[in-house]
Design a binder for this molecule. Structure first.
Ligand SMILES: NC(=O)c1ccc[n+]([C@@H]2O[C@H](COP(=O)([O-])OP(=O)(O)OC[C@H]3O[C@@H](n4cnc5c(N)ncnc54)[C@H](OP(=O)(O)O)[C@@H]3O)[C@@H](O)[C@H]2O)c1
Length: 255
């Protein structure tokens, strides 16, 4: 299998690449920054939002794993990738990661993800889309920032079910190697859900006085209605938030 991975240099992509290489795939990564080829992976330079680079990167590619994403422009990036795949003609399967609630959450980033799903789903290449919950790494990052505040904001009703990026990588690679385009597959969330404040406290490793904050407006209502969480029928990762934190602490102590 000749696979182009967009976002192969990111948190998720770094788990995906060795799994594809181990499975015998020839792997190419599209990145905005030139990098040397390494560990069986060829790097090509391009920017999906600017629309530069995807055409050449698709030469000889039969499968695309679209993981690239950022705070803005995921819809534009997907449209550019979709157009490039339609021009290339040889891609038989595109697998994309999206976010749980893409079709429900009234926030720009979620809407862009939904538009990206529609662009990929409408480009004529058989597709698979996996919506995932927030990764442990992202939650840890946010907790680190929130933890610097004098009081811990505790928005009522705000819950997350973080998932380990390795579990998402396992699932995406299985969907890719499985070969058969599957459309929108069941959501993938972590093993359980947590109040936001509890996630921050556990990441900090100490209790903090909390400041209850109301969740206002339609975004608040969507979070209170748990539109960001996976519903019945979702798949669950096996690696827990607690195990992830323990690994990170062990790593920090060993340095
Ligand atoms: N993090 C989460 O909690 C979460 C949850 C659900 C879904 N997702 C989705 O999962 C995907 C991977 O997330 P992640 O946390 O691994 O992201 P990340 O660590 O922030 O990495 C982003 C990746 O996207 C690439 N990228 C960004 N803009 C690009 C552009 N204009 N052109 C080409 N490549 C571009 C980056 O490549 P270079 O920097 O090398 O160019 C990098 O490899 C994203 O689509 C994200 O939206 C994430």
């Amino acid at each position: 299998m000749n696979v182009l991975v967009t976002g192969g240099t990111g948190t998720l992509g770094r788990h995906v690449l060795p799994r594809l290489v181990a499975a015998g795939c020839r792997v190419r990564v599209l990145t905005r920054t030139a990098r040397p080829d390494a560990d069986g992976v060829r790097h090509l330079t391009g920017d999906l939002v600017a629309g530069t680079g995807p055409d050449g990167a698709l030469d000889g590619i039969d499968t695309v794993l679209h993981l690239a994403g950022g705070p803005k422009g995921d819809d534009v990036a997907a449209r550019n990738l979709a157009a490039a795949m339609a021009r290339a003609g040889g891609v038989r399967h595109v697998v994309m990661v999206s976010v749980i609630g893409a079709d429900r959450m009234p926030l720009g980033w979620f809407r862009a993800k939904r538009d990206a799903e529609l662009a990929i789903g409408g480009c004529g290449v058989p597709w698979t889309v996996l919506r995932a919950a927030q990764f442990h790494d992202l939650v840890l990052d946010v907790a680190g920032k929130v933890g610097r505040l004098p009081l811990l904001p505790a928005p009522g009703g705000l819950r997350f079910e973080p998932v380990d990026a390795r579990d998402v990588a396992d699932r995406l690679v299985a969907l890719t190697l499985g070969g058969a385009p599957a459309g929108l597959v069941p959501d993938l969330a972590g093993p359980r859900d947590y109040a936001f404040a509890d996630l921050v406290r556990s990441a900090l490793g100490r209790n903090r006085p909390a400041l209850p904050v109301p969740l206002a407006g339609k975004v608040g209502r969507a979070y209170r209605n748990q539109e960001n969480l996976a519903g019945a029928g979702a798949m669950r990762g096996t690696r827990t938030w607690e195990a992830f934190l323990a690994e990170r602490q062990k790593l920090a102590f060993s340095r």
